[in-house]
Design a protein around this ligand. Structure first.
Ligand code: SIN
Ligand code: FE2
Length: 204
């Protein structure tokens, strides 16, 4: 077992296949209302390789003009984000150790060539609450390192695994080096979904 930065928890097989299938159904329901779209980096306007959508009262978005932020509506449809499915609220209650419910669930979809550079989640006002991340579909090579620099380590995140960045690990640097194509049969067309639940506004 690798030594993870303090405050980073890895929970392999948190969801069994039945729970993964049920959650996937819920995600499909969200995507039917709030389609996946290609986000663009601040300033450069470079397209990201992952496609995204959100559910919950707030969603994380990025574009060339206004950069990283949370907003209550989908950037292309202009509609409010779909409500957060109960399955996700239940996972938060079970694992997050934070009383207030999550306000945002960012849904990232990775095709075979998609990746995500090393970054910190720092667009939330409430940085005391954890970030809870759920993986579905193909396996990812996930990379993580402490907030203040130093070495990073990588490990495989498989369908049904959960990672929690909380406490001292809340600002851990993390990213996805690559996806292992064909490693899961959960998504019919292949690929990986990652769901990140976050608290955005300050809890009392
Ligand atoms: C993210 O940091 O937004 C996604 C991480 C992941 O895909 O596991
Ligand atoms: Fe992140």
């Amino acid at each position: 077992m690798k030594t993870l930065p303090d405050g980073v928890r890895y929970i392999p097989e948190a969801l069994d296949r039945t729970a993964q299938t049920a959650l996937l159904q819920d995600v499909r329901g969200v995507v039917a209302q709030a389609p996946l779209y290609t986000p663009h980096m601040p300033r450069t306007g470079k397209p990201m390789s992952v496609r995204m959508t959100n559910c919950g009262p707030l969603g994380w978005v990025t574009d060339k003009e206004n950069g990283y932020r949370y907003q209550p509506t989908h950037p292309t449809t202009g509609e409010p984000w779909p409500t957060m499915p109960k399955s996700l609220l239940d996972l938060w209650s079970r694992y997050a150790e934070w009383t207030d419910p999550p306000e945002a669930c960012l849904i990232n979809f990775y095709t075979d060539a998609a990746r995500m550079g090393l970054h910190q989640d720092r667009d939330e006002e409430e940085a005391r609450a954890p970030v809870l991340s759920i993986s579905l579909g193909d396996t990812a090579i996930f990379r993580v390192g402490a907030a203040d620099g130093g070495r990073t380590c990588s490990f495989r995140l498989s369908s049904g695994d959960i990672v929690i960045l909380g406490g001292e690990g809340r600002m851990a640097r993390h990213g996805v080096d690559r996806i292992i194509p064909g490693s899961s049969s959960l998504l019919k067309g292949g690929g990986r979904l990652n769901l990140t639940l976050r608290r955005v506004t300050k809890s009392a």
